[in-house]
Design a protein around this ligand. Structure first.
Ligand code: DAH
Length: 353
């Protein structure tokens, strides 16, 4: 009987080994371990055996049953694992995409031309010892107008058509707006430091106005301010000329005209000879051959006071560089609207910079 059991076990193992389907394994299990299987037959036949035989054969049969059950379980786990691995192999994704795209096809990003110029200008000013400050797009009336010597009834407010935020529950004197110029950064910069100091503040500005080849509702300025003792117009001209010759990598023709801005006195408009048409006249320079690039001046005493600085002891200069015009001059772009057009054919031309 014992030999018969051993024989059964060997045959069972031989039959189990080649199976690879779950259903075949379960069938084999039912065949051998089920109620009508050979092991049960052996156990049933024990009713005529001696006590001693019953004991040894019975326990042997039970041991074999447990072993067979164990082998079946191991086999089923193996099949399950193989199925999962097969599925994983079939659905494999190469996240590196190395096999499908060659390196030369890779479409990598690039800096926007405004960012390129902004970084260059920042570097030039940093090399001259200026700090670079940041400011918020949403401002209040005080920082955008009042502190810059533009009170509520001042006609200069109309020069800058403003996007206002309407807060019906907010206090009237705390009205919020989208900053119309980066001169707001002057006000924060002054109140946060003691003279002497010099800083620039680049960023987007917003005007509620009609667009054309040289006007946009959103554009970029770079504000600059230097405050100390005995600062003069010649200091201002020196810094501006250094900046422009570094940017254009050549001497550019400039002219200084008187200009009115409430926050400077005297105020100037610094123009450069149009680099698009060479001074002949085009849509960018509005046919005059010159482009307004850099309004500037000596800081008005009221502005210094609003920034907590004693105008008897200190003075300084300020300027507001139009970054978009600079970009257009540098790359020969004849319409400012390209800069916010999000046209990849335009943007991708600046890849190499
Ligand atoms: N904030 C002026 C504007 O947006 C530009 C400007 C003019 C800034 C003269 C200055 C300045 O700092 O001195 O039109």
């Amino acid at each position: 009987m014992i030999e018969k059991l051993d024989e059964l076990f060997v045959i069972f193992k031989e039959k189990l080994a080649p199976l690879s389907e779950q259903s075949d394994v379960l069938n084999l299990k039912a065949e051998y371990l089920g109620k009508k299987g050979p092991i049960s037959d052996v156990l049933k036949s024990l009713k005529d055996a001696t006590n001693e035989e019953r004991k040894t054969i019975g326990s042997k049969a039970n041991i074999l049953k447990t072993e067979m059950q164990g082998l079946v379980n191991t086999k089923l786990q193996g099949i399950e694992l193989a199925t999962i691995n097969k599925k994983l192999d079939e659905n494999k994704i190469d996240i590196s995409m190395r096999n499908s795209i060659s390196v030369n096809d890779t479409n990598h990003g690039s800096f926007h031309p405004v960012n390129i110029i902004q970084r260059e200008v920042e570097d030039i000013f940093i090399s001259m010892g200026f700090e670079v400050l940041d400011g918020t797009h949403i401002e209040d009336e005080f920082h955008n107008f009042e502190a810059l010597n533009i009170p509520g009834d001042h006609p200069a407010r109309d020069m800058q058509d403003t996007f206002w935020f309407h807060d019906p529950h907010g206090p009237e004197e705390k009205k919020k707006l989208l900053r119309t110029h980066t001169s707001t950064i002057q006000v924060h910069g002054m109140t946060e430091r003691k003279p002497p100091f010099k800083f620039i503040g680049p960023g987007k500005v917003f005007r509620c106005e009609r667009t054309d080849a040289s006007h946009e509702m959103v554009f970029h300025q770079l504000e600059g301010m230097l405050v100390g003792e005995n600062i003069s117009v010649s200091n201002l001209i020196y810094f501006m000329k250094t900046l422009l010759s570094e940017i254009f990598k050549k001497e550019v023709e400039v002219r200084l005209r008187p200009g009115f801005f409430p926050f400077v006195e005297p105020g100037f408009e610094l123009d450069i000879k149009c680099l698009i048409c060479g001074g002949k006249g085009c849509s960018v320079c509005k046919q005059v051959g010159w482009v307004e690039l850099l309004p500037c001046g000596i800081v008005h005493p009221n502005v210094l006071k609003a920034g907590g600085i004693d105008p008897e002891q200190y003075n300084g200069f300020a300027f507001g560089l139009g970054l978009d015009r600079l970009v257009m001059m540098r790359y020969g772009i004849d319409d400012i609207r390209h800069l916010h057009g999000a046209d990849l054919r335009f943007n991708s031309q600046f890849k190499d910079y």
